[in-house]
Ligand binder design. Structure first.
Ligand code: FAD
Length: 432
């Protein structure tokens, strides 16, 4: 093991990623002190359901995009942490409320909850030169008493989530649309669409789920998307699928196939933007077309390697990946391994971008894992010599994602059972 001094660490956010970071940092011998800042009054981030939309009591944008009926789109068998699985239950796909309870259980078990500074909003992170290397000044505000403070750290873990800043596509005529326009970030219950003609734009996991739910109350739903693989789900009669929207005109929608229709609501299920409003420009992190760079392995700030970002990749086994990323990064802090030089990390990132582009990924998909997740997990565990994730995680993820496309209406009735989680990617499935 290489030499490492005692360090002070700041964790921004106490969703699943921040709680996981804290769980490992709090027991890491080389860590002298950990501050965890969470702007909300409770942990859980995405999994905290609130009826509120817009702004909270302190004038901050509502963070969570959770809707009331949500059940996970991945089975509980791969929703837990490697060292803390989701407890046994009859179902595999759990309601958001149960996921929140699970996160609370995890945080309590590892004495994280009591260490979180709730109602503390981080508003500025700025690097500065220290006597023996770079340090960070982190400024935050206690929302309850309005007091602001700046503290100094050796390391910063950015865990602020990336499903909270809506991406609004550039659709000609959207601003002038004569009906209602809303984003899925503000969606809570379907009743707001009762009797209406609703255009759902986007068919990611949320778009598809919500479109289906809205068919129960809406007069009709048009699901506009450009999925390469058409979902094989048999949708209700009041849902039709259409290609991309070319333009809007009054209440009229013109589609790319030259067809047209009239709707009352344009409902954007178009995803979210990575957003780090508290990072000073000297952190050297840019976000363009949803590509956060330059990051080594989607995780380490290449120009300031004492800053890491937990949870940037998507289409992953999220909590397990957070755990692996945290273990990887802590092993670089405690000297188990050394991160490559700046030049090597840049070269690695450029090579990865080239490779992704050659396989047809767009810039916007810079952090999409999906089929790449197994090799991503392996590269983290091999480089840092930490325990890998069992291959069964990836195979269940793939199976569940396919079933989502095949039968959106009932795939959540499946129950998974892991048979062997070490040597084989093996699981058993039954439908209930
Ligand atoms: P978050 O949960 O967003 O937590 C970030 C935390 O940081 C929040 O508590 C926030 O208040 C805090 N914060 C932000 N900025 C600041 C600041 N400046 N100062 C202090 N605190 C700050 N994933 C799955 O694996 N399975 C699913 O079924 C699934 N369903 C989803 C459904 C919806 C509707 C959405 C939106 C996401 C879903 N996800 C799902 C993805 C989910 O977001 C991740 O699994 C995971 O919970 C993200 O955790 P996180 O900690 O990275 O971010």
């Amino acid at each position: 093991m290489l030499f490492s001094a005692m360090v002070r660490v700041c964790v921004i956010g106490a969703g699943a990623a921040g709680v996981c970071a804290a769980r490992h940092l709090l027991v890491e011998p080389c860590v002298d002190h950990v501050d965890i800042f969470e702007q909300a009054s409770q942990l859980g981030g995405t999994w905290v359901y609130t009826e509120k939309v817009g702004y909270d009591d302190f004038g901050l944008p509502i963070h969570s995009s959770m809707y009331k009926s949500l059940r996970t789109n991945l089975p509980k068998e791969i929703m837990g942490f490697p060292d803390f699985p989701v407890p046994e239950s009859e179902k595999s796909y759990l309601p958001a409320k149960e996921m929140l309870s699970f996160l609370q259980l995890y945080a309590d078990k590892h004495q994280v909850t009591d260490r979180i500074n709730f109602n503390h909003h981080v508003n500025l992170v700025i690097p500065k030169a220290g006597p023996s290397g770079e340090l960070w000044d982190v400024s935050f505000k206690n929302l309850l008493n309005g007091e602001s403070e700046t503290r100094e750290y050796d390391y910063v873990f950015v865990c602020n989530g990336h499903y909270n800043t809506p991406f609004i596509p550039n659709i000609p005529g959207l601003k002038e649309f004569q009906g209602d326009v809303m984003h899925s970030h503000d969606y809570r219950v379907p009743e707001i669409f009762s009797g209406k003609r609703v255009l759902v734009v986007g068919a990611g996991p949320s778009g598809m789920d919500i479109a289906l739910e809205v068919t129960n109350v809406a007069h009709k739903v048009i699901l506009s998307h450009h999925l390469k693989e058409q979902p094989r789900t048999v949708f209700p009669d009041n849902l039709t699928q259409k290609p991309d929207v070319k333009r809007l005109d009054g209440k009229k929608v013109h589609f790319a196939d030259e067809s047209e229709d009239e709707v009352d609501v344009v409902f954007l299920c178009t995803g979210y933007l990575y957003n780090f409003p508290f990072l000073h420009e000297s952190c050297n992190i840019s976000v363009e077309d949803n590509c956060v760079e330059p990051l080594y392995k989607h995780l380490v700030n290449i120009h300031h390697p004492t800053m890491c970002f937990i949870g940037v990749p998507y289409y992953v086994c999220a909590f397990s990946m957070f755990d692996l990323q945290v273990r990887y990064y802590i092993r670089s802090i405690n000297g188990t391994f050394s991160l490559p030089s700046t030049e090597e990390m840049i070269a690695h990132w450029e090579e990865e971008k080239k490779d992704r582009a050659s396989r047809g990924y767009t810039k916007r998909q810079a952090h999409m894992m999906g089929p790449d997740q197994a090799s991503y997990y392996m590269s983290l565990s091999e480089e840092s010599e930490t325990v890998p994730l069992p291959p069964v995680f990836t195979s269940i993820h793939n199976d569940s994602s396919q079933k989502f496309l095949d039968n959106l209406t009932s795939y959540r009735d499946d129950v998974y059972e892991v048979i062997d989680d070490k040597q084989f990617a093996c699981f058993r499935l039954q439908s209930v």
